[in-house]
Design a protein around this ligand. Structure first.
Ligand SMILES: *Cc1c(COP(=O)(O)O)cnc(C)c1O
Length: 430
């Protein structure tokens, strides 16, 4: 698309946008009596209006049915989660019985590493991206220590080449090959939280298996954002949170994927709890753990129904929108527009004040652009906030901006760039 740097052009794109009605399904915070320009779905997605109603419905069931709510009412709680699985499976490219919802993300990463990090002999190392989200680094470090290894030796991180900000797929694949006889697990994020790079997950999964290792993905920044095909890619496991692009509320419930090829494997370790026990006999309370077949067999604890209610409301919007394929088309246009407008600012200023480190190739990114500010970054970011533009700031000099196709408009992007241009003139050169 040939973009234009004008409010009228942005408005025209909004008028042509077949998903524009979905913005009305969200509650948008106000700044000086106007909708804020919210470009922070990478951190916390906005609240769907239906979340309150669905939570209220479950509070009502608690009020009216109390303990009987587990087995009575319109959607008995003991199987409430089941309605979440088909929409989630669509989002991550899985079969419904390969996914479930439980706990929160880092906990699930640990539980899945209990199953899929099984060091044996000289095959005890974990290969991951350098600069992974800190929680993942801590989880991996503590897992290898738990098995008696030294993280300095047992964790292999792959970094970008000198002078580059993002990884080349070829380098990831050759690192896997180079260490092939030592790897127990290859663990990658789907999208790196800092750079916004969307990794070649299919190729990574293929190389990991070729090397004889398991492969798992942390999809915190990818789920609800980019097309995924976990089943076809043969990923062994994956996990994600629901509060970023899935708009399911702060600390919202996490999701997991376990490929069906592992569902019958009794050799895999798991840390079990009663909520993973076979549904039909769970409440007989018999000794000896007998898992429910499928991802549900990894569940541990009683369903947090209020979190699931918020998630339910949010997932229904994805279904109504046509799930990821429909959202992705708009997402590419929106993020492309932001990229174009930022490059216009650099041209006008005659200097690369804003350097986008996220890959230019649409196949290698989702909504997010990570922008390095050449001068006075924090002051520029504060200027944006004062104008009601909410992105987020990452030390030392990066602003992350993520236009989200479910609720952002082309006009949001145009206005955000307008204030960036203002910051460039008033602050960067000050
Ligand atoms: C957001 C994020 C997390 C957060 O984990 P929680 O357990 O939900 O706090 C972990 N890993 C990655 C890659 C993330 O982006």
């Amino acid at each position: 698309m040939e973009y234009e740097n004008s409010a009228a052009f942005a408005q025209r794109l909004d008028e042509q946008d077949t998903l524009s009605n979905f913005r009305n399904e969200f509650l948008i915070p106000q700044h000086q009596r106007k909708d804020i320009i919210y470009l922070c779905g990478n951190s916390l997605g906005l609240q769907p209006k239906a979340a309150q109603q669905e939570i209220a419905t479950q509070l009502g069931a608690w009020q009216n049915l109390a303990v009987e709510g587990w087995f009575q009412g319109d959607a008995p709680w003991h199987e409430y989660h089941k309605q979440l699985l088909p929409p989630l499976a669509n989002i991550v490219g899985a079969l419904p019985h390969e996914v479930t919802v439980m706990n929160s993300l880092t906990i699930n990463l640990h539980l899945l590493m209990v199953s899929f990090y099984q060091p044996k002999g000289k095959r005890y190392k974990i290969l991951m991206e350098g600069g992974a989200f800190p929680s993942d680094q801590y989880a991996v470090e503590s897992q290898v220590k738990f098995h008696g290894f030294d993280p300095k030796d047992a964790v292999i991180e792959v970094f970008p080449r000198e002078g580059e900000s993002t990884l080349q797929t070829a380098d990831i694949l050759s690192a896997i090959e180079e260490h092939s006889d030592e790897l127990a697990l290859v663990l990658f994020s789907g999208i790196n939280y800092y750079t916004g790079q969307f990794f070649g997950l299919k190729a990574i999964a293929g190389a990991a298996h070729e090397a004889g290792a398991y492969v798992g993905f942390d999809l915190a920044h990818a789920a609800g954002n980019v097309p995924l095909a976990l089943h076809d890619w043969q990923a062994d496991f994956a996990c994600w949170c629901s509060y970023k692009y899935m708009n399911s509320g702060p600390g919202g419930i996490s999701g997991i994927f376990v490929h069906e090829k592992h569902h019958q494997n009794k050799e895999l370790n798991r840390f079990a709890g009663w909520w993973g026990y076979r549904n039909d006999t769970r409440f007989k309370m018999i000794p000896g753990f007998d898992p429910e077949p499928g991802a549900e067999g990894w569940q541990v604890s009683t369903s947090p129904i209020l979190l699931m209610a918020a998630h339910n409301a949010a997932l229904q919007l994805f279904e109504q929108a046509g799930s990821i394929p429909a959202l992705r088309r708009k997402s590419e246009l929106l993020t492309g527009y932001l990229e174009y407008l930022i490059e216009q600012i650099n041209q006008q200023q005659g200097e690369q004040l804003f350097k986008i480190i996220t890959p230019k190739n649409k196949q290698e990114r989702g909504c997010q652009l990570s922008v390095i500010c050449k001068h006075n970054g924090k002051a520029m970011f504060d200027h944006l906030v004062s104008k009601g533009v909410i992105g987020d700031w990452r030390e030392p000099d990066v602003i992350r901006l993520s236009p989200v196709p479910l609720y952002n408009t082309f006009t949001d992007v145009y206005e955000a760039a307008h204030y960036m241009a203002e910051a460039a003139t008033q602050i960067s050169k000050a």
